[in-house]
Structures are given as C-alpha cells and as structure tokens.
Design a protein around this ligand. Sequence first.
Ligand SMILES: CSCCC(=O)C(=O)COP(=O)(O)O
Ligand SMILES: [Zn+2]
Length: 218
Amino acid sequence: MTVTLEQRADAFRRLDEAKLAFARRDWFPGTSGNLSIKLSDDPLQFAVTASGKDKTKLSPEDYLVVDGESRPVEPTALKPSAETLIHAVVYKRIPQAGACFHVHTVWNNLVSELYFGQRAFSIQGQELIKGLGIWEENARITIPIVENFAHIPTLAAAIDKVITPDVPGVLIRNHGIYAWGANDFEAKRHLESFEFLFEYHVRWLQLRQNAVSLTHTS
Ligand SMILES: CSCCC(=O)C(=O)COP(=O)(O)O
Ligand SMILES: [Zn+2]
C-alpha cells in the first residue's frame, strides 16, 4: 500500500499536536522522548521523530518516515530516533497499535525503579484504569518493566518479550515509558492515564510514610 503525501502530512501534523501537548507538561526533559504514528501495515511504515531534537519546539525537520527495519523510506539528512527499533517492535507485536509515544518523567522513573525487582507494577481500584480501556469493576492492571539496556536491539528484544495487547504500555527501568493505542488520540489517553496512576501511587506512598513517621514521633 502506498502512503500518500496527504497521509504523511496528516501524521506529521498529529505528531506536532501530541508533541506540543506533552511538552506543555515538561515530559521531554533534555531532548528525551520520541513519538510515532503508523502509516501502513504491509509494508510497515511509520512517521517518527528525528533523533536529538528539542521536542518542545516545532521545526520543518522534526519527523521522517521509516520502514519496519527503522530505515528512512525517502532520501533525508535526518536521523530517526535512536529508539526507533522499539516503535517497530510495538507495531509488529501489537498489530492494532496505530501510534506509540515515549516520554521520560520523574513519576514513571520512580515507579520503574521501585518495582523493578518484580519486573512489573500493578495497581487496582483506580478510576483512571478506565482511561486504559479497561472497564471491569475494581480492575487491576499490571505493566511490565524491563532493564534499561544501552544496546537498543537488546532493549527492543526485551520489550518484544513482555508486551501484550492486554496493557498498552511498558516501563523501562530508570528511563521512561512507551505507551500505544489504536491511534494518536488513544495513545495519548493511555499515556496520560499511566502517568496519573504513577504519580498517584508514588504520592500515596509518600503520604502513608509521612503518616507512619508522625505516629511514631507523637
Ligand atoms: C537525551 S535522552 C537519551 C535518549 C532517549 O532515551 C530518548 O528518548 C531520546 O532519543 P531520540 O534519539 O529519540 O532523540
Ligand atoms: Zn528514551
């Protein structure tokens, strides 16, 4: 299937919108983060952020289109995100994924380190679990956590082993989160829901610890 110039331009415009929304929340510290939107399944092609850019800004050189091996499909001086392979793994493992967003936040880093020993973080009974598309009563979700291998093919292979269609995200230890959805709207909703759950959980642990300390000193 050929990707038209209109589809390419529409994906770039949608990536601009997602990027600015996340930038407003300070979710791209130090040029971190990368975003993609799928353009075709067969052959796999997706629009992805160029590597090392300041993702709080817009420029005509922010995105390029790559194939399933993370190679640019058109002549360009731009380098795809260093983590493009992870986006490719998500699209291959979860065929229903149409957009994939990666951000580094303090909350997702704290949760990834706190629960790395269990290789997963679980949370139950929170309304925002519905934001992940899971509507059962008192639902519990479990997001996997992988080691932060510096060698990206090793990191991508570790992610490939643990992701499932049941939960639309994966944490990388002391690095960040990848979250995906059927399209950019859904991937954003999933990412925001995960971040709410992480922040709630860490703040709740802190409050509980403070309450215990007060009880012991009074
Ligand atoms: C400065 S952050 C280190 C690389 C990283 O984790 C990241 O998300 C950004 O890499 P990219 O090549 O996509 O700019
Ligand atoms: Zn990263």
